[in-house]
Design a protein around this ligand. Sequence first.
Ligand SMILES: C[C@@H](N)C(=O)N[C@H](C)C(=O)O
Ligand SMILES: [Zn+2]
Length: 223
Amino acid sequence: GSVAPARTSAETGRAPEEFVALRTVAPEIQQDIRYAGGHNFVGEPIDGYREGECLLVEAAARALARAQRALARDDLGLRVFDCYRPQRAVDHFLDWAADPDATEGEAEFYPRVPKDQLFDEGYLAERSGHSRGGTVDLTLVDADGHAVDMGTGFDFFDPASHPDSTEPDPAQRRARERLRAALTEQGFTPIDTEWWHFGFADEPFPDEHFDFPVDRSVLRDGD
Ligand SMILES: C[C@@H](N)C(=O)N[C@H](C)C(=O)O
Ligand SMILES: [Zn+2]
C-alpha cells in the first residue's frame, strides 16, 4: 500500500521532531519565561504560551548547554527569558502595538521609545527568529543564581540596551561582552538592538515561522 504523506506542524498542531524542552537537555539553565505570565511589556500572558517552558530545536538547546558548561568554569550560568515563540504570540505583540491606549508597561519597558516605533526601531519583529525555534533571549546569573547587572533589564526597549551602548558602566559592559562571547562561541549571532537576543546560525528551519503552542505536550516525547 502507499505511505500517507507526513502531516505538517500546521496541520497537526504539534512541534516538528527536532524540537525539545531545554529542561531535558540542560536542566541547570534557569528559566523565567516572561511571556507566559504578566511581567512583560504587554502586561499580560501572551497568546500561545500554555506554560512557561523553553522549547528549542535540539541543536540550539545543545549549544546552549555547552555555553552553560563553559560559563560554569567561571562560576556563571544562564537564565532564559524566551525561546521558541509561536506566530500567534508575535501577532499579539502586533495587536498591542496598534492600540495606543495599552501603555501599562511603558515606564518599565519603553520610557524613551514610543510604542508605535518599537517594530521600526528593531526591538520587535513581525516575523521573529524565535518562531523558528533557534533564537533565545537570556542573561547571565552569578554563583548564587542571581541575575548579573547588565545595565538594563530584559526587554527594556531603549538605545541603552544596544549591546554596544556606552551608557552602562564598565562592569555592566564587561558582563554583556561575557554573555556575547559565551553565545557566539557556540554558534549564536547577536543583534544590534538587544543585548539579550541571540539567534542560532545553523538552524534547521531558516524559512519557517511555527505556530504550535508552547507546551511540552506538543513535543515528540511529550505524550
Ligand atoms: C521582544 C524581544 N524579546 C525580541 O525578541 N525582539 C526581537 C527583535 C524579535 O522579536 O525577534
Ligand atoms: Zn529575542
